[in-house]
Design a protein around this ligand. Structure first.
Ligand SMILES: Cc1cc2nc3c(=O)[nH]c(=O)nc-3n(C[C@H](O)[C@H](O)[C@H](O)COP(=O)(O)OP(=O)(O)OC[C@H]3O[C@@H](n4cnc5c(N)ncnc54)[C@H](O)[C@@H]3O)c2cc1C
Length: 637
């Protein structure tokens, strides 16, 4: 396997323009000869499917929910970044690029990040034209707020429902094409296998989640936009259906998996309430614009927050990182929260929480303004905890939220399997070891609306692949593999549910490969994961059958893949002997507990090649060159 990032030559600000001119085009009459299979209809998939169809390609789009509108993107609350500089506060494409490279702890590819920043301004125009109701200032201009890791206000938002509104925009664009018969939408279809013929991605195998039917789909290219894998931790802020199946099965067919150990732990989630909880809830980072984070100065101080005077509170982010304060990046804020809780200064049940306090903001701005900005988030918090955050501070704690790792892609968003393109959270491309807030929506829409429509044409124009149909024997093999796995799951007839295995796996990963990792813990996890996997295949119970709707079977299939994927994540974490962004190895830290990178040995992307489950995968390396933002120790002080 050779990793060729295909970064265009020339100065960074010209690369994308030059590339768009240099790559080949497909003439409009020929576009309709190509069929693209888009798996996923969240922001990345829906925007790609709509745009490719507008261009004239035949598109089939798949998702496992009953409607594209239910993709996990709908959950995004806080906002989407763009370098519009409407605030005139010093923003620019270069600054967004700089902040993102620095925020990612110098582990992302400069050229991709620069393009992302360039394209960010087009996204806002596109979405406004679609009617996305972004918040506006009194005079009519689009409003902005701030997110972590930036000292400018560049985040566009629609209250606390930005993802939902953006998804409705992309969904409208998609449905227009569905209405015209130009996109065939296959909801409630789960991709189980990728079909590779002569080294090129040529199709997929799906299971109809309502009828249980296994179907084969042939195309000229496959686009995976299947989201992230945070649910490997069992408890995460992601929708419970989010999974690694599509990307994992593509990995097993030859797509390199990059930086699987880079996971983001978000600092502001509602703390876990009990053992039987099945998911966690995010409190948007936007709340840190006005909320102040603190814990009592004294260990074990159990007084209610209202009785702790200001002089006895530790506003630890403001103290440690005065320049960025409560808007320090997520990895840094999460670790700081863990540190104060580990010291015994955490609040709430089990001391696993810190306060996010709006008392000062309410005194300064009035309750109405705060309600206007964050009303739905406050309501959600109250419904879940029974506490009124207008009166008492919210309690928050870090939780798994986003995955920077994903399938390796080149500058054209193509994986190591020609014809297999990967967009949005499913790829590894832009965020390095830590994603800045409000940048995932930006990346998903950049990939779908503005990158893949150009680069897929170049693939078609160069690939010259003969047409294939589902009669090709590789489709038969892939169907057999998919049905074989389903039947195996149903035949175990054991005693433990898939959920119980998932919970155990998640807890182990959180302990050994979560906010902080060390070699000993990682080695313990590496020993335990194969044992747990073995036990799963001996003792899992899956009720029902496969030729019908069977949610237990869906769940078991996803857990089986998590049990394989987790091992790769841990192997990757073990090999990366440095701390960077969301990957904090306890052995590598500065005296004051900050991440200590090793640029000499690890300024690279690690991309893994599958060798069979029993063998260690091969670790390939893409070196990262920093020609525009010079490698430096990240500081938010
Ligand atoms: C609570 C929360 C709040 C967030 N807030 C923000 C925010 O304010 N700003 C920001 O920038 N980011 C935010 N994020 C991150 C952001 O929402 C996601 O990274 C982004 O929406 C992912 O989009 P996507 O299109 O890549 O994937 P998704 O929206 O997850 O879509 C995945 C799609 O793939 C389909 N799929 C998956 N597997 C299969 C399969 N095997 N077969 C068929 N279909 C499949 C699904 O059905 C779905 O359609 C937030 C995340 C969370 C969890």
């Amino acid at each position: 396997m050779k990793l060729d990032s295909k970064i265009p030559a020339g100065p960074i600000e010209k690369k994308w323009d030059n590339h768009r001119f240099d790559i080949k085009l497909v003439n409009p009459a020929n576009k309709r000869k190509y069929r693209v299979l888009v798996v996923g209809s969240g922001l990345a998939g829906a925007s790609a499917a709509a745009t490719l169809s507008e261009l004239g390609y035949q598109v089939d789009c798949f998702c496992f929910q009953d409607s594209p509108r239910r993709a996990h993107s709908i959950a995004a609350q806080g906002g989407i970044n763009a370098a519009k500089n409407y605030q005139n506060d010093g923003d620019s494409i270069y600054r967004l690029f700089y902040d993102t490279v620095k925020g990612g702890d110098f582990r992302s590819r400069e050229a991709n990040v620069y393009r992302l920043a360039q394209v960010s301004v087009n996204i806002i125009d596109q979405c406004v034209a679609q009617g996305v109701p972004f918040a506006r200032e009194y005079g009519g201009h689009l409003a902005n707020r701030s997110f972590g890791g930036a000292q400018v206000s560049r985040t566009f938002y629609a209250r606390g429902q930005t993802g939902q509104q953006l998804l409705l925009g992309a969904y409208s664009a998609l449905e227009k094409q569905v209405g015209l018969g130009a996109v065939k939408m296959h909801s409630r279809h789960e991709m189980l296998e990728l079909v590779v013929i002569d080294g090129h991605a040529r199709g997929i195998i799906t299971r109809d989640l309502v009828s249980g039917e296994i179907e084969a789909w042939a195309g000229d290219a496959v686009v995976l936009a299947t989201g992230g894998y945070s649910n490997v931790f069992f408890l995460s802020t992601n929708a419970t259906g989010c999974n690694v199946t599509a990307t994992w099965r593509a990995y097993k067919k030859g797509a390199a998996f990059a930086n699987p150990c880079y996971t983001q732990i978000h600092p502001t989630c509602i703390p876990q309430q009990g053992e039987h909880q099945s998911k966690l809830t995010l409190m948007s980072e936007s709340l840190r614009n006005d909320g102040r984070i603190w814990v009592p100065k004294a260990h074990g101080d159990k007084r209610p927050p209202s009785q702790i005077p200001a002089s006895e509170r530790d506003y630890y982010l403001e103290r440690k990182y005065p320049s960025f304060g409560n808007l320090s990046p997520r990895d840094i804020s999460s670790r700081a929260a863990k540190q104060v809780c580990d010291e015994g200064r955490g609040v709430g049940p089990g001391g696993q929480g810190v306060y996010l306090d709006f008392a000062d903001a309410i005194a300064r701005l009035g309750e109405d303004v705060v309600r206007d900005r964050y009303g739905n988030l406050f309501q959600m918090y109250e419904q879940i905890t029974g506490e009124n955050p207008y009166q008492v501070p919210m309690r928050i704690y870090p939780a798994p939220h986003y995955t920077m790792g994903g399938l390796w892609v080149d500058y054209n968003l193509m994986s190591t399997i020609p014809g297999l393109h990967v967009l949005g959270e499913a790829n590894f491309s832009d965020h390095g070891a830590n994603r800045l807030g409000a940048s995932a929506l930006m990346q998903g829409l950049a990939d779908g609306y503005f990158v893949i429509p150009y680069t897929i044409g170049d693939y078609f124009a160069n690939a010259n692949q003969p047409k294939v149909t589902t009669d090709h024997p590789e489709f038969r093999n892939a169907i057999d593999a998919a049905t074989g796995k389903l039947n195996r799951l149903l035949s175990v007839n054991g005693k433990r549910t898939a959920t119980s295995f998932h919970r155990e796996l998640g807890r182990m990963l959180w302990d050994k490969c979560g906010m902080a990792r060390n070699a000993k813990g990682l080695q313990e996890a590496l020993k335990r994961i194969p044992e747990l996997r073995e036990e799963f295949w001996q003792n899992v119970t899956v009720a029902g059958e496969s030729g019908t709707m069977n949610q237990a079977l869906e769940k078991a299939g996803r857990v089986a893949d998590f049990l394989e994927f987790a091992e790769l994540m841990v192997v990757d974490a073990l090999e990366r002997e440095e701390s960077c962004g969301g990957h904090f190895r306890e052995e590598y830290q500065t005296e004051d507990g900050e991440a200590l990178r090793d640029d000499e040995k690890f300024a690279h992307v690690a991309a893994w090649e599958f060798q069979g489950l029993e063998k260690k995968p091969i670790r390939h390396v893409e070196s990262l060159e920093f020609e525009n933002v010079h490698l430096a120790t990240r500081s938010y002080k």
